[in-house]
Design a protein around this ligand. Structure first.
Ligand code: MN
Ligand code: MN
Length: 301
């Protein structure tokens, strides 16, 4: 039983891999997060793709889901442990990948553990292999280094226009994951690692700056209506941020977004923070499962 990996998918993955390699090499303390996020997102659009979600730039104990809001003045701090998480899509084909930059020189072991755990996962993933075996590989690699996985963050199956397609790959083996990988499956795998002093759990820290369409609700004004339509039709129900709406609406729409979250028309994704303040490293690639194993799509040339 063969399958054809679309060449477009391979190209998209390679593009994101190389983009990340370059961003990681060039990042310096003092640069505005807004500039980093916007330059990555414009590069994605310039070659004819779309971002699949706002670029996540998460610092130190923030594990994921921070994207700079419009007019954000925040910069990359000296000594930051910075996660750069990028998603791009070609039509409905989606890749999702992340790297961690250690600007402190103190967290090399955390970054190495996340990267090695991802490698171990990639070697384990194959047709017929249960998700739990991949979780086990990630967990063992991190624990063997005396570090901790983040228990409540997970990799995920990707399908057409769906970033989270219903199957998770936890970073800790869990009894409930019964799924077995199949040829042609696409999965983003993303070990998150913290120090032994951390709790190994993340909690939500509001406000969030990333949102996605949830359902149609009654809108009260033009701003709300435009946000709903864009969330559903322009962003294809994938995550988006206010920055992306300003060119469409010609104005700030934060209040409209927050009202729609209250009405449950939109979902909010607040930053996820290590609950004891432990520094967090992440490494993520998107893989496709082939007859002979798992092929990472998001590696640079
Ligand atoms: Mn990601
Ligand atoms: Mn992901």
């Amino acid at each position: 039983m063969g399958f054809d990996l679309p060449p477009d998918y391979v190209e998209l993955g390679r593009f994101v891999g190389s983009l990340l390699d370059r961003v990681v090499r060039e990042i310096r303390p003092g640069v505005k997060l807004l500039e980093v996020a916007e330059s990555i997102e414009s590069e994605i659009r310039e070659v004819g793709y779309e971002p699949a979600f706002p670029v996540n730039l998460s610092i130190n104990e923030v594990a994921a889901h921070y994207t700079p809001p419009p007019e954000d003045d925040a910069v990359v701090p000296e000594g930051a442990l910075l996660k750069v998480d990028v998603g791009a899509r070609h039509g409905g084909l989606i890749v999702d990948a992340a790297r961690t930059v250690d600007l402190s020189g103190n967290y090399g072991s955390l970054v190495e553990a996340a990267r090695a755990a991802l490698e171990a996962a990639g070697r384990t993933m194959a047709p017929g292999v249960p998700v739990k075996a991949v979780s086990r590989a990630i967990y063992d690699e991190i624990r063997s280094r005396g570090l901790q996985p983040i228990v409540n963050l997970a990799g995920h199956k990707i399908s057409e226009y769906k970033l989270h397609a219903g199957v998770d790959v936890p970073n800790v083996p869990q009894r409930l994951s019964l799924y077995k990988f199949r040829v042609g499956d696409v999965f983003a795998v993303e070990p998150f690692v913290t120090t032994p002093e951390g709790s190994g759990f993340v909690v939500e820290a509001r406000p969030g700056y990333i949102f996605s369409y949830a359902k149609n609700v009654r809108t009260s004004d033009v701003a709300e209506r435009r946000v709903m339509v864009a969330a559903r039709d322009t962003f294809k129900r994938l995550p988006f941020c206010e920055r992306w709406l300003i060119p469409i609406t010609g104005m700030r729409v934060e209040y409209a977004i927050r009202r729609l979250v209250k009405k449950r028309g939109l979902r909010e994704y607040p930053p996820l923070v290590e609950s004891r303040g432990g520094p967090v490293a992440q490494w993520e690639d998107t893989y496709v499962v082939t007859e002979s194993g798992a092929l990472p799509l998001t590696r640079g040339g």
